[in-house]
Ligand binder design. Structure first.
Ligand code: ZN
Ligand code: ZN
Length: 451
């Protein structure tokens, strides 16, 4: 790709609030394929693209086609004792319903079928809509929802689940991969590519230019902080929410200076997650019955079985995703809460702020990977139903485990990392936010990303 010249700017300078530390700063005008990071905490503020929507449009269309193949064709075929079983995308949830584990069925169906479908269809609607002479209705709402669904679309985790299930089944039954597995493999690459090719802020700018905003926008974008200003979490516009009923004038989502009751809600969710972590590890997640004998196994039991059958890398993967990741999330969030809410007494509120902000974003991202165990159990349950020869049934522990994953994802979402910076500023007796129309530092954290 040819490097853009220094004059080929694709954005103008903009006032932005960093969602990692709450610093208001001017993101300078940028050329294509550049990234600007917060100068205080390093959180990415904007990544520009040469074609901010076109590549993503093509890739989203490809995703939708691959997703249709994934939905309609066979995922895996297993056979033993002359009986053949096939499974597709929705056989797992259907089997879970048959076992009375319908909350688990809903979670699996939502994260592997409905959320991805909604995300692809919504993104396509918006990107095609923006190219039309007359805009179709409500691009704003559809884009908001499709971005939200992205958090819950876990096809890349499902791919890992298929891999784990395939390896585990190898010595139990004869197994064959279907077209859907290959579609899923390519789809995972295309999804990551599409996400990298999209500049969501450019989409919001186009929606703004085409006049489909929630409220009439101020003629001149503010370039200086005013008390009461806040950065919209969804479209990143800095606005005065008090002037618009607490909403962002551009995308219409509710804007807060800080997430409301962040500490209280995070504590409640972390406690709930920690309590659920006990049944998730005590109750069986899977029961394998081969020729009339067998016993239920817990998450750790499953890891031990993998170790005893010498599948060390797989054992490590399951141990990491199912045992360490939830624990890491709970402990990480607990540490972030304690350094924030005890800041008035603790000396350490200002220590490792950048690292703790980075930790927050890792905790928020990593939780989804714990679903690998749930997807694997759902696939095994659907595949291995061979009467008296061999059956695999998901157990109640899986339900508790899935609840841990979902509750900790919500906990990470409820927490506001900016509070850690507020606490540090309080401790140092200096304001964390500018107090007047102070001149803002010009962001210098800009760099060329690998194009
Ligand atoms: Zn920052
Ligand atoms: Zn907004």
């Amino acid at each position: 790709m040819a490097a853009a010249g220094p004059t080929a700017l694709v954005t103008g300078p903009q006032l932005r609030e960093c969602h990692g530390c709450g610093l208001f700063q001017i993101v300078p005008a940028m050329a294509a394929n550049m990234r600007s990071d917060c100068e205080r905490c390093g959180t990415p503020l904007r990544a520009t693209r040469a074609d901010p929507t076109g590549h993503c449009l093509a890739l989203t269309f490809a995703s939708l086609v691959l997703f249709a193949v994934l939905w309609l064709s066979m995922l895996m075929k297993v056979s033993t004792a002359g009986i053949v079983h096939e499974t597709g995308l929705l056989s797992g949830p259907a089997e879970l319903v048959r076992h009375g584990l319908w909350p688990l069925a809903i979670a699996v169906a939502f994260t592997t079928a409905l959320a991805p479908l909604g995300k692809f269809a919504g993104t396509l609607y918006v990107l095609v809509g923006l190219r039309m002479k007359t805009l179709p209705p409500n691009l704003r709402g559809v884009f908001l929802i499709s971005r939200k669904l992205g958090t819950w679309s876990m096809l890349e985790v499902l791919l890992l689940g298929v891999f784990v299930a395939y390896t585990k089944l190898g010595d139990l039954v004869t197994i064959e991969l279907g077209a859907a597995v290959y579609a899923l493999g390519i789809l995972t690459v295309v999804i990551v590519w599409a996400e990298l090719a999209l500049d969501p802020q450019a989409v919001w700018e186009q929606i703004e230019r085409r006049g489909q905003t929630h409220a009439p926008m101020p003629a001149v974008a503010p370039m200086e902080y005013r008390p009461g200003a806040a950065g919209c979490e969804n479209c990143h516009l800095v606005c005065m929410p008090a002037d618009y009923d607490g909403k962002c004038p551009r995308c219409g989502s509710i804007v807060h200076e800080r997430k409301p009751d962040a500490i209280g809600r995070t504590i409640a969710l972390v406690v709930a997650g920690a309590i659920l972590y006990i049944p998730a590890n005590v109750y069986p997640v899977l029961t394998v019955i081969q020729l009339g004998s067998g016993s239920p196994s817990t998450i750790m039991g499953g890891v031990e079985e993998l170790v005893s059958s010498k599948m060390y890398p797989l054992a490590l993967l399951v141990f990491f995703a199912s045992v360490l990741v939830p624990l890491f999330k709970l402990l990480g969030l607990a540490a972030m809460i304690s350094t924030t809410s005890l800041a008035n007494t603790a000396e350490g509120a200002g220590i490792l702020l950048r690292q703790r902000t980075r930790l927050y974003f890792i905790v928020a991202w990593i939780g989804r990977w714990s679903m690998v165990d749930i997807f694997m159990e759902s696939l095994l349950g659907a595949l291995v139903q061979f009467g008296s020869a061999v059956t695999i049934d998901p157990g109640d522990g899986a339900m508790a485990f899935c609840a841990v994953v979902i509750v900790t994802i919500f906990a990470a979402e409820a927490f506001d990392p900016r509070l850690m910076w507020d606490a540090a500023a309080r401790n140092a007796h200096r304001p964390s936010r500018p107090t007047g129309t102070t001149a803002l530092a010009f962001n210098s954290g800009q760099r060329q990303s690998s194009a």
